[in-house]
Design a protein around this ligand. Structure first.
Ligand code: HEC
Length: 220
């Protein structure tokens, strides 16, 4: 073999090994991952992990609107970086699960055609955002006029997912409760479109911190 061929062969080999280890092997392993049943005695609960499928319709809106440009949905394990999960994080979330939050596992994304891990954290991680918005309207407000909630917010408004309509008779029960600065003209109201509703359903379904079978009991 000539030197040139050897070189090409070696370069190919050097690329093939990481490709196999970082792409092919994980993809094959992921295809064999399925839900796991909880053990009633050990875990203290029935059913399967992960228990609930994500809201697919809303996930499509999330993808189209590019939320993934600024938000991650991945809390790294404690040994994987400075911003990885630490004990006690997430305890300030509202009405949350009894079990402490944790870093994410592969199964948290089961059933999602694309896992929106994200590329950078310009905004907060949304892996468990479902716990933080007990109030649906607050989430709509966040999407319609982020600065109505946080004056310094750099999140763009997603106004185009909402409809400004003439208020007829009584105000619609879905109408956004907007502060004067963002309110529409008198006699008009802002209501979410079906896509905005689906997006909100999706965010509310993001609770990627279900107890992991076998680990829940170990912590107690
Ligand atoms: C240009 C970057 C950017 C984009 C794009 C973006 N966001 Fe945000 N988002 C932020 C920032 C920054 C914050 C934090 C400031 C704030 O609370 O207003 C935030 C906050 C949030 C919060 C509140 C999180 C919390 O825990 O309080 C939610 C929910 C949210 N964004 C959802 C979305 C959704 C859904 C989309 C897509 C439709 C989106 N964001 C697109 C930057 C962005």
């Amino acid at each position: 073999m000539s030197d040139f061929r050897k070189l090409v062969f070696r370069i190919g080999f050097l690329f093939a090994i990481p490709w196999l280890l970082l792409i092919v092997v994980p993809v094959i392993r992921y295809q064999h991952v399925g839900p796991v049943a909880y053990d009633k005695d050990k875990d203290g609960m029935d059913g399967f992990y992960p228990p609930a499928p994500i809201h697919r319709q809303g996930q499509l809106v999330y993808a189209r609107e590019g939320c993934v440009q600024c938000h991650t949905q991945m809390i790294r394990a404690a040994n994987l970086g400075l911003d990885a999960w630490r004990k006690g994080w997430g305890q300030d979330q509202g009405e949350r699960a009894a079990d402490p939050v944790r870093s994410n596992t592969l199964r948290d994304y089961l059933g999602e055609p694309v896992a929106f891990l994200g590329i950078q954290r310009a905004g907060p991680d949304l892996a468990n955002a479902g716990w933080r918005f007990a109030d649906r309207n607050k989430l709509h407000l966040m999407l319609y006029a982020p600065r109505a909630l946080t004056t310094w917010s750099t999140m763009p408004s997603f106004k185009h997912l909402y409809v400004v309509q003439k208020a007829q008779g009584q105000k619609s029960s879905k109408a956004l409760d907007l502060p004067a600065k963002y309110a529409p003209a008198k006699g008009f109201e802002v209501v979410p479109s079906a896509e905005a509703e689906a997006l909100v359903d999706y965010i509310l379904s993001l609770k990627k911190d279900y107890p992991v079978p076998g680990l829940a009991a170990a912590k107690k």
